[in-house]
Design a protein around this ligand. Structure first.
Ligand code: GLU
Length: 441
């Protein structure tokens, strides 16, 4: 159990008490907002901004009855948390996972506010989820529950109001069903623009070139911008990865093209290791056919403990939240921990790694490529344009590089770590916009 008695935790507790909210050191939302508030305090922003960031604007919960293929009925719980929209429409993915909870969705929504603000995208932050195991239902059942969820969310989503996208357990097909359902409910005069209600759609149905690989691509651009400062060359480094879904597999494949050696991978099915390098493309094929990295012929199976202890330059968690705790951190042997997933490192693990001289690059910087290309898709939909992949990549690179430079500059200005610097840069922008707009009424 990681409890917290730091000054940052104490001031977060005071804010929670003022808001009459329950705090708990083990709660992911409390842990995350503590760092956000630490950054806000370093900037000396108005107290009202701290209160507004601590409490999401809207927390929507819906229940979707769906008839299953065998004639039975199930009731699925859905969430949409809209954290903040001062910069523009709410934006963020929809996750399908059997154990998802409201506090997790709140945390991810808060991180979307921070992520969009850091990248200076004209979006606020939101996140949605459905309590379902997408692997356990048929394609038809998945479509029905998706349509029912979209209908239940109703006017709580929209191309000018709140724009969902893929996340863990959802993909372009799920987005196509959401868009189609939303379009069916739209007025005839707004059916064309209604398509922009979600991003991450299939290419043939209003999606953007480069969206599927975008999170991995953005992460590589961040490394391009930051590693040279640390005296590390991307084309000669080794890495290990947790998770081989969209983010993990694209990151591995794009890094491989740059010459990086993938030494070890761990997912829900087990861990594998090859000192000479795992072929990232062959592993992606294996995972898409078998569902996990286990039994990949060109690598040897290792224990999870051995996975963490594998010496690498870059350690990249790209699965779920809080997977790297203090015990794991004590085993990790790397130069840089690169957060591909949202909130994968516990506060104690992060503190320990930083004390060891290991750099931790935060998720709101590293994985912002997904939402950035979502923004490009939304823009293309609004202007009825189709950009080619080279243009998407060029603009993505520019956005990611600027964000990385912003974080570096802030970390020097405040003399703080990269996570606090990334939040501070985001908060400074949000604060400026609140100052300009004022708080209604
Ligand atoms: N789910 C992704 C994220 O966490 C993408 C969100 C989006 O494209 O809106 O950043």
């Amino acid at each position: 159990m990681e409890s917290c008695d730091s000054t940052a935790c104490q001031s977060a507790r005071e804010i929670f008490t003022e808001l009459e909210e329950i705090y708990d050191d083990q709660n992911l939302y409390f842990r995350t907002i503590t760092s956000v508030l630490e950054a806000a305090s370093a900037l000396e922003v108005p107290h009202r901004l701290k209160l507004m960031l601590t409490q999401p604007k809207n927390e929507i919960m819906v229940h979707c009855p769906v008839e299953m293929d065998d004639g039975s009925w199930r009731l699925f719980k859905g969430y949409r948390v809209q954290h903040n929209n001062v910069l523009g429409p709410y934006k963020g993915g929809i996750r399908y996972h059997p154990e998802v909870k409201l506090d997790e969705v709140k945390t991810l929504a808060l991180l979307m506010t921070m992520k969009c603000a850091l990248a200076r995208l004209p979006f606020g932050g939101a996140k949605g989820a459905l309590r379902i195991n997408p692997q356990e239902v048929s394609k038809d059942e998945l479509m029905r529950v998706t349509r029912r969820l979209t209908a239940a969310l109703g006017d709580n989503i929209g191309p000018d109001y709140d724009i969902p996208a893929p996340d863990v357990g959802t993909n372009a097909q799920v987005m196509a069903w959401m868009a189609d359902t939303y379009i069916n409910f739209a007025e005839s005069s707004s059916k064309v623009s209604a398509r922009g209600v979600v991003t991450g759609k299939p290419l043939a149905f209003g999606g953007s070139a480069g969206r599927e690989k975008a999170t991995g691509q953005g992460l590589v651009y961040v490394l391009d911008a930051l590693l040279p400062n640390m005296g590390i060359e991307l084309d000669t480094v080794s890495c290990s990865l947790i998770g081989y879904g969209n983010v993990g597999s694209w990151t591995a494949r794009l890094l491989q093209k740059r010459g990086t050696t993938l030494k070890a991978v761990m997912d829900h099915s087990g861990a594998i290791f090859n000192p000479d390098g795992i072929d990232a493309d062959a592993l992606a094929l294996h995972v898409s056919t078998t569902g996990g990295v286990h039994n990949f012929a060109a690598a040897k199976a290792i224990s999870n403990d051995a996975f963490y202890a594998t010496p690498v330059d870059l350690f990249i968690p790209a699965a779920l939240e809080q997977m790297v705790d203090l015990e794991h951190a004590k085993r990790i042997q790397c130069k840089v921990l690169v957060e591909g997933a949202n909130a994968p490192t516990t506060p104690h693990a992060e503190r320990y790694l930083l004390e060891q001289g290991i750099e931790v690059l935060p998720a709101i910087l590293c994985n912002a490529g997904g939402v950035t290309v979502s923004y490009f898709e939304w823009k293309q939909n609004r202007q009825s344009e189709t950009w080619d992949e080279a243009l998407v990549d060029e603009r993505l690179k520019a956005t990611m590089t600027r964000s990385a430079e912003r974080v570096l500059k802030m970390s020097k200005r405040l003399n703080c770590n990269m996570r606090i610097a990334s939040y501070a840069s985001a908060i400074e922008h949000i604060d400026k916009v609140y100052e300009l707009r004022g708080v209604f009424p």
